[in-house]
Design a protein around this ligand. Structure first.
Ligand code: ATP
Length: 258
């Protein structure tokens, strides 16, 4: 399922945070959104998953008009892994993941055996089998993040939006989560901070700076030392890692630049 967002402007407290951005994610493509702190990545994603209403612009997921549709219709096809996952009330891990099934249910419909099977499989995928009865609020940041991904898996979405999904995760789970998402084989738009992971997992990248997209293309087209220098104000060299064959980045310490 394609996502097409056109001419998006998002205004918060009378300031344009997202300034006329258009983005396309083709069916089954993994697209990364990169850019420095505060450039507007989360704001753009929130307008796509309907937490913030854009001042201007259209968003289509397949034929569905996301801006005009009610949240339940959107949540039947769009899964979200947000940046902050804290709750005021406590739920068990199983209850949290079962919430992923809600968009598929009729009013007051209970949880079926099939729902419990889906939840159990999702928890297994994120290595949290046995955590069903644990209280969500007592989990570590990384465990919480994996529960949120399990909830998105249980939702069986056709499209996934993720805001820094590897936040709080150690390297094993960073790789695990990105691999699971890749295997889901659905269109994905993810804000990512780690540029090497973005290069490895993303098919296409959009680079944001100060509320605008300043470049887009495949990771090798986009991730040049010149662009990274311009966007993040750091010096670096790009090279091919001799072991993995992947694009790698050597950040040069300030002392080497004198
Ligand atoms: N409700 C608000 N009112 C005013 N400004 C806001 C509001 N919410 C966010 N902003 C500002 O909008 C800008 C973009 O924030 P956003 O969270 O979208 O950036 P980001 O690229 O996701 O950053 P990070 O990488 O740090 O998560 C920031 O300067 C932020 O302070």
């Amino acid at each position: 399922m394609d996502l097409q967002a056109n001419n998006m402007i998002v205004t918060l407290s009378n300031t344009d945070i997202v300034k006329d951005i258009s983005i396309k994610v083709k069916d089954k493509q993994f697209v990364g959104l990169i850019g420095p702190n505060g450039c507007g990545k989360s704001t753009l994603l929130k307008s796509i998953y309907k937490v913030i209403k854009p001042r201007q612009g259209s968003i289509y997921l397949g034929d569905l008009d996301v801006v005009k549709s009610d949240p339940k219709s959107v949540s039947r096809i769009m899964g979200v892994v947000g940046q902050f996952n804290d709750l005021s009330f406590d739920f068990t891990v199983q209850e949290m993941v079962l919430m992923g099934r809600t968009p598929h249910k009729k009013f007051m419909e209970g949880d079926s055996e099939e729902d419990y099977k889906i939840v159990s499989a999702a928890l297994k995928q994120v290595s949290l089998s046995g955590y069903e009865n644990r209280s969500y609020l007592t989990l570590s940041g990384g465990e919480k993040q994996r529960v949120i991904l399990a909830r998105a898996l249980a939702q069986q979405p056709s499209f996934l939006v993720m805001d820094e999904p590897t936040n709080h995760l150690d390297i094993k789970y960073q790789l695990q989560i990105l691999s699971i998402v890749k295997q889901m084989n659905v269109g994905t738009l993810a804000a990512l901070h780690d540029l090497e992971l973005a290069a490895e997992y993303c098919d296409y990248l959009y680079v944001m700076k100060q509320g605008k997209v300043i470049s887009h293309g495949t990771p090798t087209e986009v991730l040049t030392s010149q662009l990274i220098g311009e966007v993040y104000d750091v010096e670096c060299e790009i090279y091919t890692n001799p072991i993995t064959g992947e694009l790698s980045i050597a950040y040069l310490p300030v002392s080497m630049l004198r």
